[in-house]
Every structure is written in C-alpha cells, then in structure tokens.
Design a protein around this ligand. Structure first.
Ligand code: C5P
Length: 234
C-alpha cells in the first residue's frame, strides 16, 4: 500500500479560510483528511463535499453518542456528505444504530474505544471500574460483534487489538486508526501516549491521524512528505 493512503491529516484549524489554505498548501502530498469538532460547526460537512469532489478521502470525526434513534438518523444525514469514515463512541447501542443508519452506503463506521485523554484514575472517577486496557478490549469485542468497520485507538494498543480481532475471528480488514502519532523526537503536545508513524503501523494500525506536527509546521507540505518517507510504501 502507498504511504499516502495510510495518512489522515487532522484539519484542526480555527476557520474555513485557513483550512482551505492548508489543503491548498498540502496539495498532492496528502490524499486523506480528518474534519473534527472544531470545524464541523463552521461548515466542515459542506467542506467534506468539496474535498470529495477534489478526489480526497474524508473522515468526519463527529464522535456521535446519543440514543439509538438519534444516532441512526444522524448517521443517515451524514451519509449525504459522501464522507468515507464516521466516528461514534463504542457503546453497543450507539454502534448498532450507526450501522443501521449508514444502510447500504459506503460510509465506514469507526468506533472510538476509550479517549486517549482518559487514564485509569479518570475511569474510576467516571464510575467505570475497569482499567483502560480492559475497557478498550471489551469495546473492541463489541465493535466486532456489532459490525462496525474498525476502531480508533492509541497506537500503543494497536498490537493487542489486532491480536484480539484475529482471536475472535473478526474481519481481516478491520480498521485500526491511531492518533497520538509523532515523529522520532517530535513535540508531543498534549498527547500522552505516542508512537512513531512507522511503529503505529508495524503494531497493526491500518491508518494514522496526524494533526499539529503537519498543520503547525513551518512548512506543512515538507512535514507531510517527511512523514510519508518515514513510513515508506509497502
Ligand atoms: O494534533 P494531533 O496530531 O495531536 O491531532 C490528533 C487528532 O486526533 C486530533 O484531531 C484529535 O482530536 C484526534 N484524536 C486524538 N485522540 C483520540 C481521538 C481523536 O488525538 N483518542
């Protein structure tokens, strides 16, 4: 697989003008983009249509979490944007509703296992008495059972997730998309558990999401190309 098909660039930018300028700057170097909560209220869904018309892959990071009927209808509405990937939280009712909502469309449903900002102490505080790893693995089992297309997880969990999916005879092409990716020696920012792009993929991730190391770089295109060269084609 070509390195550029493994990379989603997170467009976490403050407005549509800077977002359009970033996509222009990155040009042919980047083929896939993630649009998240910062941009969705500012026309991010409409921009997804534009990106699709320009031949790009689009990941809409809505992280839906509501009653089943609402998630199902929201997912059906999102199908209209023509995006490739949509995130929902990994609770069984939410995942099942999203799978119903995408119907016969090509929209892939990705389940967010446990946010990487949460640690064991934070889970206890929320009333969950599992470790992060136990909860991640529990949710991966449920994700496979519900028929979603993959999970979003820390690159440090990718290897165990890939092994578990194999153990329970899950799909070979189950997607594991990992944010929290940094080049060797790169600035971690607020990401606590990071891996290099190469290690994330070697651990079983199918794709990586990289935001600030590209979008905040002095030369974003050069930063993207450096990451792609580091990954290499396989
Ligand atoms: O800038 P950075 O490379 O840290 O961006 C990572 C992207 O992945 C952000 O859009 C962030 O919201 C998202 N993300 C994450 N951790 C998760 C889920 C999503 O960092 N568990």
């Amino acid at each position: 697989m070509r390195a550029d098909s493994r990379l989603y660039v997170a467009l976490d930018l403050p407005d549509m003008d800077s977002t359009r300028a970033m996509v222009e700057t990155l040009g042919d170097a980047v083929v896939s983009y993630k649009i998240g909560l910062q941009l969705l209220p500012l026309g991010g869904t409409e921009f997804a249509r534009e990106l699709k018309r320009a031949g790009k892959n689009v990941f809409l990071d809505f992280k839906l979490h509501d009653i089943g009927a609402t998630v199902e209808k929201a997912t059906s509405s999102i199908v209209g944007a023509g995006a490739d990937l949509l995130t929902v939280h990994a609770t069984p009712d939410v995942m099942a509703a999203a799978v119903r909502g995408r119907g016969e469309s090509d929209l892939k449903i990705m389940a967010v296992t446990v946010l990487t900002s949460l640690d064991n102490a934070a889970l206890v505080d929320m009333g969950y008495f599992n470790t992060v790893e136990e909860l991640v693995m529990h949710r991966v089992r449920q994700a496979v059972k519900t028929g979603v297309d993959g999970v979003i997880a820390s690159p440090l969990e990718a290897e165990k997730i890939r092994a578990l999916v194999k153990d329970i005879n899950g799909p070979k092409d189950f997607l594991i998309i990992t944010p929290g990716v940094r080049m060797p020696g790169g600035d971690k920012g607020d990401q606590k558990r990071v891996a290099t792009p190469k290690d994330a993929l070697a651990n079983g991730a199918s794709h990586i999401v990289v935001g600030r190391p590209i979008t905040q770089a002095p030369d974003p295109k050069a930063a993207a190309l450096e990451i792609l060269a580091h990954i290499g084609n396989d």
